[in-house]
Design a protein around this ligand. Sequence first.
Ligand code: ZN
Length: 413
Amino acid sequence: MARFTLVCNECGRRLDEDRTLYVCPSCARKQEPGGPTRGVLATEIAEEDLPRRWPSARLEDPQALAVFLPVRGPGSFFSFAAGGTPLLPVPRLRRELGMPRLFVKDDTRNPSGSTKDRASALVVAKAIEYGYDTVAAASTGNAATALAAAGAAAGVKTVVFVPATAPPAKLVQMASYGAQVVPVAGSYDQAFELSLAACARFGWYNRNTALNPFTVEGKKTAALEVARDLAPEEPDAVVVPTGDGVILAGVAKGFADLVRCGLLRRLPRLVCVQPEGSGAIARALRSGAAAITPEPSASSVADSLTVAAPRNAVLCLKEVRASKGAGVLVGDEAILDAIPRLAAATGLFAEPAAATALAGLLAALEEGLVDREERVVLLVTGTGLKDVPAAARRARIGPPVEPTLDAVAAALS
Ligand SMILES: [Zn+2]
């Protein structure tokens, strides 16, 4: 097994693995209700256990993956095909944008259709190691769906707290996996607080993003795969749609681990993209503020990115700045426009949050934050089938035609 320590991102305190440990106990005393999570813990694999070369097996092979992750061994993983998604060269989008080294990491192909499956796979593996029979989470939708899917695959009970306003496809999907769905008549932030209280009361393991240290760690596999697929070349910049900041922190952690292993020379710049209506982290990056200002009335067509107080803001700001990256804000209209543009140029149908990556790239090009010649990776985090009504706002579908060739010819002209 890869031995590891949990290190507080705020005070640097080092803690041993413990089944009931989520955040640094000292920094957690500074927690403000509804504010970013204090004392977020990072997983640090022991120096002598770090792999010094790429495993010979593919990264989705548990044997290969286990050396990079804090699990007891390959046997901790169960049959659930999270990760191992393709890095697409997207030739038509490259030509359209004049970016010959652009790539798309297609995470829509995860089992439940989003990047969140990577985190859920690791958290459920840890829940089994720790002997929990139930895992709970609060989520805007995708993380809960991913937890429900992983729990179904592993035979672990799941309870998920989601805003009742989540897209119906997500609610139906998580219920179909057999999760106990608790639709909350309130915001994601309220669902988050409720899930914390429920876990404390009922003794469940908590998968909440930015709270459970293994959510960041699970999502780092996206970065490991990007680096391995590009090697011996390296990415210059990675564009990451951002809500709570956990996917971005996970991607940053993956690249940082590879630099520690000597498998990557330098960190790519991380471009944090947020919607104008829910942009606390990107705004702090742009203004140079030390901390975020919560946005209580956050709202965006990208439901997965809509949070008032991004829970992993502290770590996310630190990682983007360490990478010499930047924050970008995009409007809902630009996000909706990016859905058919990405789909028509690549064959990839993304939900609004995922299409935000392309909208963010366009904004970053305009602001000179990325160069057209650079090796840039867009992380496309979730399938468009999760929110068809949003995509429908830009889909052009004509009226029905009579079933005759003349009518077809007239409709086509
Ligand atoms: Zn601390």
